[in-house]
Structures are given as structure tokens and as C-alpha cells.
Design a binder for this molecule. Structure first.
Ligand code: SAM
Ligand code: SF4
Ligand code: SF4
Length: 339
């Protein structure tokens, strides 16, 4: 049933999906996200009192769900499992009436320690990032020499715990486009949904260039040549990945093509950074501070009204409008905003 609290933006897009970044720290240094030369030992990561506490995150989530119509929550980072006692947060969010789905995006490395507890706390799904099956390639991409096996152990732990597992692979020309077919074959065999993500111009530190984008069309062509696929309908309006199925099987792949085939017209997502700033677009150059707002004496009703005003005024459609001039503007880093 449609809830009556749905909030629409300037282009009539509802708010349904809240992505919560719980930390800006990470144990990887993926070249397309947190290049090691910039995110080095002296990088000014957020201090403890700059982070929203779990109580504050839960309070805001509750307002988003009750007063703005959010139904789905995704926990992200940085690496979300770097934040202590994350299961506590999941469990509290799970108790909020109206939350239909809680998912997490993770690099998988810490899942063997946490998967079972996360599942017991109410987490339903994990998207695990893995960009190659080749240790040398993967070690270079993640900037820390982490092995493929480390992530595979995380994938196995999540599946054993009963979490629904999807795999995210960022594809960048010259970095890992040769890995598309091996990855597709491997995860087809395993029966996991593999989602290919076009290299995006998030933030200002990853030296993004249009020439490095390996486009959706090419990804699909490569796979089609080896294994026939057919397009299938989205699961729900606003789904970010276009879906395909290997012909004659139930196994799917998805492509997230923010650069060459944008999907802003159905974008129903807001992003809450670890420091409590809300962003209405992944490519935003400015957000709205909620940390000071909730640390003042504002009531839930006042905070809700403030958030409704922000969403009503939302005109973001960055990927639809992407051009040389928009690309050079100052944007928030992926590790801050959460992906
Ligand atoms: N650390 C977790 C992880 O890697 O899954 C969660 C945070 S990460 C910022 C969220 C997702 O964004 C990951 O799937 C990652 O591969 C993707 N990502 C990061 N930078 C990207 C970029 N420049 N283009 C496309 N996807 C990117
Ligand atoms: Fe860390 Fe995820 Fe960014 Fe890689 S993509 S550096 S794992 S936050
Ligand atoms: Fe949504 Fe912004 Fe991405 Fe468009 S560019 S789909 S508005 S997050």
C-alpha cells in the first residue's frame, strides 16, 4: 500500500531510498575512490565528535521514514564494517516501523567476522565489491594488495549467514575491462548477481576521464559474444541497474550506467554522510548540515519540515546534464558520500 507521507521533489520524484554512510575511513585504497597518494597517513579523516552517533542516525532515519516516506535503507561508507558495533545500528534501524529493506555495501574483507551477527540484527542484503579475479590486478586496484581470496571468504560468509549477495564490479578501461568475461563466467556459475558499474566522475581526486569509461554498450556486447543474455524488466521503479538474464537460466547480471545511460528521471535516493550532511545527488557540490540541527533543540517535527523543504526544492539531474562544465565543479568524494 502507498504510504501517505510520500514527499516529492521539484520533478515529482518521491524519496524512497536513504543511503547512510557510517564512516569515511576504509582499509582499502581503491584507485577510483580513495587514491593512496591523496588518502595518505596525514589525511584529515573525521574525528569522533564529528561523526553522527548511532542515536542520531536512528533519530534521523526515523524522521525520514515516518515523515518523508523512505522505505529502504542502505548502509555504506568508507568501509562500513570499520565502524564499531555496527550490528547495534542495524538492529535499531530494523525496529523502525516502515523500514522495508536494509542493505549494506561493503568491500567484504571484514564480513567473515560480522556476517552472522549482521543477519541476526536484521540486515537482509549485501552488495560486495570485487573488481577482478586476478590477484595482481585486484591488489593494484584496491591499493593495499588485498587478495581475491580475502573477499571471496567474505562472500562465502555472507551467503552462509543467509544474506542475499550481489557483487559490484567497477569497470575502468585499461584497468580491468579484460576481467569482465572471467567475472561473468565465475559468478554465473556461482549463481550470484554481478553488477557492472561504469567508472564515475564522483569527487575530484580519482583523475576521472571520459576516455576511461568502459561503456554499458561495450560491456553487454562483450558478454553477449560469449554467453547470450536478454534484458528483463526492473524489479521496481527507480532501480539503478538495468537487468539482464543469461538465456535459458535464472541467473542475472546488471549494469549501472550513470555515465552513458543516465537514470536521473527516476532517482529517489538521498545520501546522509557520516558527518551528518544530507546530499540529494551523488554528484552534489553542496549538502545540508543536519548534525548541528539535531544537536540544537529542534523537535522531530521541525527537523522533518526542514527535510521536506529540502526534498521539495530538489532539482538534481547531474548525470542527465553531464558536460565539460559540470564535470569540473567541486564534488563530494565517494568515500564521504557513500556510493
Ligand atoms: N567500501 C564499500 C565498498 O567498496 O563496497 C562501500 C563504499 S564504496 C564508496 C560504494 C561503491 O561505490 C562500491 O561498490 C565502489 O566500487 C563504488 N565506487 C567507488 N568509486 C567509484 C567510482 N569512481 N565509479 C564507480 N563506482 C565507484
Ligand atoms: Fe574503500 Fe569502498 Fe572506496 Fe574501495 S570503493 S576505497 S573499498 S570505500
Ligand atoms: Fe540521482 Fe544525481 Fe545520480 Fe542523477 S546523478 S541518478 S540525480 S544521484
Amino acid at each position: 500500500m502507498e504510504r501517505t507521507n510520500t514527499t516529492y521533489d521539484y520533478f515529482n520524484r518521491p524519496l524512497r531510498d536513504l543511503r547512510i554512510s557510517v564512516t569515511d575511513k576504509c582499509n582499502f585504497r581503491c584507485t577510483y575512490c580513495m587514491p593512496a597518494e591523496i588518502f595518505g597517513p596525514n589525511y584529515p579523516f573525521l574525528k569522533r565528535d564529528e561523526l553522527l552517533t548511532y542515536e542520531e542516525i536512528v533519530r534521523l532515519t526515523n524522521i525520514f521514514v515516518q515523515s518523508l516516506g523512505v522505505q529502504k535503507i542502505r548502509i555504506t561508507g568508507g568501509e562500513p564494517l570499520m565502524r564499531k558495533d555496527l550490528t547495534e545500528l542495524i538492529s535499531k534501524i530494523n525496529q523502525i516501523d516502515g523500514v522495508k529493506d536494509i542493505a549494506m555495501t561493503t568491500n567484504g574483507s571484514l564480513l567473515p567476522l560480522h556476517a552472522k551477527l549482521l543477519k541476526d540484527a536484521g540486515l537482509k542484503r549485501v552488495s560486495i565489491s570485487l573488481d577482478s579475479l586476478n590477484d595482481e590486478v585486484f591488489g593494484k586496484i584496491n591499493g593495499r594488495g588485498v587478495t581475491v581470496k580475502t573477499v571471496m571468504k567474505g562472500i562465502d560468509a555472507a551467503a552462509e549467514a543467509g544474506l542475499e549477495v550481489k557483487i559490484n564490479m567497477v569497470v575502468k578501461r585499461g584497468m580491468n575491462d579484460q576481467e569482465i568475461i572471467p567475472m561473468a563466467k565465475y559468478f554465473r556459475e556461482k549463481g550470484y548477481i554481478l553488477r557492472f558499474i561504469e567508472f564515475m566522475d564522483v569527487g575530484n581526486t580519482n583523475k576521472w576521464n571520459l576516455k576511461d569509461v568502459y561503456p554499458k554498450k561495450q560491456i553487454l556486447q562483450d558478454i553477449q559474444q560469449e554467453m547470450p543474455i536478454e534484458e528483463i524488466d526492473p524489479n521496481y521503479p527507480g532501480e539503478v541497474a538495468t537487468r539482464y538474464r543469461y538465456v535459458g537460466t535464472k541467473t542475472e547480471i546488471g549494469v549501472i550506467s550513470s555515465v552513458t545511460d543516465a537514470f536521473c528521471s527516476t532517482c529517489n535516493r538521498a545520501r546522509l554522510s557520516a558527518s551528518g550532511t544530507i546530499y540529494t545527488c551523488l554528484f552534489a557540490s553542496k549538502g545540508y548540515d543536519l548534525r548541528n540541527l539535531i544537536r540544537s533543540k529542534q523537535s522531530d517535527l521541525e527537523v522533518a519540515e526542514h527535510l521536506q523543504k529540502i526534498w521539495h526544492g530538489r532539482k538534481d539531474q547531474y548525470s542527465d546534464e553531464r558536460s565539460d562544465s559540470t564535470m569540473t565543479r567541486n564534488k563530494i568524494e565517494m568515500s564521504h558520500i557513500g556510493g
